[in-house]
Design a protein around this ligand. Structure first.
Ligand SMILES: Nc1nc2c(ncn2[C@@H]2O[C@H](COP(=O)(O)OP(=O)(O)O)[C@@H](O)[C@H]2O)c(=O)[nH]1
Ligand SMILES: [Mg+2]
Length: 352
């Protein structure tokens, strides 16, 4: 399939140009009135049909009008971005805003265009682990969202960077909730404090005051249960710690947004995404962050503690959304001579 655009003063003249150059089988795919007057018509034709049309018109050139033919760029960035957003189930109103934001950019890389659009509409604020001066982090969220695994990952990452670490668990209710973390901290030789109420948590913050990184694990809370949320609110009032919402990818869009809004009401500002390796549609995450006005911080793409967390930024997020064959094509070395290569399908979900 070959695409060509034609400029002419009138639609009928443009159509004549299309027929003369591409033949009667050409299909009109777009028409547009040009700002400076005239029209622009884009037509498509099968390569075989084009050869036939060229053979038919291979007459002395003086009998034919001069035709200005302009090759279309290979990629229509706006169209690719729209398609990606649709495939990820991004809510329609949000998708429209992102497409508008991406359309004004001068790039032929859809991932960059989408990244810039995400940058204009979302906040990406990865977790820091400076030596000293970090606020304690309290990982909150519904049951099973990955809070305990994230505490372990953050602690392991901090130990690897030679930071001093204090881990506190408030998950004393669920059977095994604490044991899981205790086994990990024993292995890493990190002190684990167990607390049951806000006063005890305030005391534990005092004890771990000198540590570079202080992490608090919490029991899963039902976002629709008032008692659960009131209990968590009391816990969050124990000190100057930042609550981080741990939310898995792959939830229903409206459900995830409702959950996030519930935690937002307690003062949560950033969300950490888990199970990105187990989700193929990221639209609900964008819808959630947009509706709850929350920032993205980091992402987990594996259940292995040693694999740590990845800071999220707009372009990394956009690249995650690109179809696998686009990513493979981008990573493939460019052939010296033009060659037709088959797209390689990849199922890996590593963040670029
Ligand atoms: N594959 C994968 N599994 C995850 C990820 N995050 C959490 N999990 C798994 O989800 C389950 C629940 O995690 P857990 O930390 O116990 O959740 P919590 O109830 O919020 O503390 C565990 O089996 C984790 O290994 C992730 O990013 N990828
Ligand atoms: Mg847990």
């Amino acid at each position: 399939m070959r695409l060509k655009s034609f400029h002419a003063k009138s639609m009928s003249e443009a159509m004549r140009m299309v027929r003369q150059t591409l033949g009667d089988d050409a299909i009109i795919v777009a028409t547009r009135e040009e700002d400076g007057g005239g029209v622009r018509v884009t037509a498509a034709v099968e390569d075989d049909d084009l050869l036939m049309a060229q053979a038919r018109t291979a007459q002395p050139a003086r009998t034919r009008p001069v035709v200005v033919v302009e090759e279309e760029p290979e990629i229509d960035v706006g169209e690719v971005v729209a398609d990606v957003l649709h495939r990820h189930g991004v809510p329609a109103a949000l998708a429209e805003q992102l497409i508008d934001a991406a359309a004004g950019l001068d790039t032929d890389d859809p991932a960059l265009a989408l990244g810039a659009a995400l940058d204009s509409m979302f906040t990406f604020s990865p977790l820091q682990d400076r030596r000293g001066g970090n606020k304690p982090l309290i990982l909150v969220g519904p049951p099973g969202s990955g809070k305990t695994l994230i505490v372990a990952k953050l602690a392991a990452q901090a130990v690897f960077r030679k930071r001093s670490v204090g881990v506190i668990t408030t998950d004393t209710v669920r059977a095994g909730g604490m044991e899981q973390l205790a086994a990990f901290t024993r292995l890493m030789k990190i002190k684990l404090a167990t607390v049951e109420d806000p006063d005890a948590l305030a005391g534990a913050f005092e004890v771990s005051r000198g540590a570079d990184v202080v992490l608090v694990d919490t029991a899963g809370r039902n976002p629709y249960n008032r008692e659960d949320m009131a209990d968590l609110k009391a816990l969050l009032s124990a000190g100057v710690a930042e609550p981080i919402l741990v939310l898995p990818a792959g939830l229903d869009a409206m459900e995830a947004a409702d959950i996030a809004q519930s935690f937002k009401a307690l003062g949560v500002r950033r969300m950490l995404i888990t199970r990105l390796d187990m989700a193929r549609r990221l639209g609900s995450l964008l819808g959630t962050a947009h509706r709850a006005r929350m920032a993205f911080c980091n992402a987990s793409v594996s259940s292995k503690v040693a694999e740590g967390l990845t800071p999220l930024n707009p372009v990394a997020f956009a690249r995650l959304m690109m179809p696998a064959e686009d990513k493979a094509a981008r990573n493939r070395p460019k052939p010296v001579a033009p060659a037709k290569t088959k797209a390689v399908r990849s199922s890996s979900r590593t963040i670029p």
